[in-house]
Design a protein around this ligand. Structure first.
Ligand code: PHE
Length: 345
């Protein structure tokens, strides 16, 4: 149509057609709800939408053309609204049911939920608590920063004993000065024996599982921090036979088959007699750890009647038990926090 001969109505109707074509194009090509919303604001926005602008021009249409212009305005408005409804409908969850979502890229790798898991040592500790719990031993705990009374003196380890050498222990100089007595990172969980007996009377059946520290150079079987399971039983008539029975029941439960247990003479300041306990498994004798009958001097240090009560104590290395179970050959692997290693357990 020649623009010169166009009446105001003609140009108004042309603007309306253009508006509708643009709006339909925008709503039909939207690929997600966000784009639908952007198109809605552009065309139907209440303040500065393009429809609003064309609507305002209606005022300049001469009186006789107004009805036609108005009818067309309404038609276009309805058509734009229909295009909007249609676009919304395409992205509503309802319409996706049973048909593919056009915005979903099925070639993208899926997201898997990564599950954390317990460290092998924590798993072993939980299992040991479980087994010993069934044998009537309840868990007991003590601090990792200890004083010399609990780590040595009450355990019948006198001041001149080589186990107290600074080269064998992590003494804490700053903490020691502040408290006026020497503290150290505990070198054994036997400290918890004393803490339990100071607070409670026999009969006692506890285990204590926790970290201990010794200035050892790390190698496949040593690490400056490791875990022990301490056991303590105090009652009337507790003997070496009771100890051996508990160790055998423990080994049988942990290893899943009946295993022979043997004890060999040894020495610890806090037990008399003292033994090393071994169990026979996979064709060879393997050491559990140290054990023995609680020395009367230890009972005296906590005020127990040595005439009435006897007890046994044992201290086993948790890492060793864990390594045997899982075929781990280097203790250091457990503390380098390499997920490729930790994921195996
Ligand atoms: N505390 C000893 C150690 O660390 C082990 C032990 C515990 C021995 C209890 C006897 C009784 O070697």
């Amino acid at each position: 149509m020649n623009p010169e001969t166009m009446t105001p109505l003609d140009s108004y109707l042309r603007d309306l057609d253009l508006l509708l074509a643009d709006a339909q194009q925008a709503f039909n090509s939207a690929t997600n709800l966000q784009e639908v919303e952007e198109a809605r604001v552009e065309f139907l926005g209440a303040k500065s939408g393009r429809f609003k602008a064309v609507q305002k021009q209606l005022g300049q249409i001469p009186g006789e053309s107004k009805p036609v212009a108005g009818q067309n305005l309404n038609r276009v408005k309805n058509d734009i609204q229909a295009a909007l409804d249609n676009a919304k409908q395409r992205f509503s969850t309802e319409s996706f049911r049973g048909q593919p979502d056009p915005t979903f890229d099925r070639t993208l790798p899926g997201s898997t939920r990564r599950l954390g898991r317990l460290h092998p040592i924590t798993q072993t500790i939980n299992e040991l608590m479980d087994i010993m719990g069934r044998l009537g031993f309840s868990p007991a705990f003590g601090p990792e920063v200890e004083d010399e009374r609990h780590n040595f003196e009450a355990l019948n380890i006198p001041a001149d004993h080589p186990a107290r050498d600074p080269l064998e222990n992590f003494y804490l100089s700053v903490a020691s000065q502040q408290h006026g007595n020497t503290s150290l990172l505990r070198s054994q969980t036997s400290t918890v024996q004393i803490r339990v007996m100071e607070k409670s009377q026999p009969p006692i059946r506890v285990i204590s599982l926790g970290r201990v520290y010794r200035p050892d150079t790390a190698d496949p079987t040593h690490y400056p921090m490791f875990h022990q399971m301490e056991g303590l039983m105090v009652d009337r008539n507790v003997t070496l036979a009771t100890l051996k029975t508990v160790l055998k029941l423990f080994a049988t439960n942990y290893l899943g088959e009946s295993v022979p247990v043997r004890i060999r003479p040894s020495f610890f300041p806090f037990t008399e007699p003292s033994v090393e306990a071994d169990y026979f498994w996979n064709g060879k004798w393997t050491e559990f750890g140290g054990a023995g009958i609680v020395d009367p001097n230890v009972f005296k240090a906590v005020g127990y009647d040595t005439e009435q009560f006897t007890g046994f104590a044992f201290g086993l290395g948790v890492e060793r038990l864990c390594m045997i179970r899982h075929g781990i050959t280097d203790i250091r692997d457990m503390y380098t926090n390499d997920v490729r290693f930790l994921r195996q357990f």
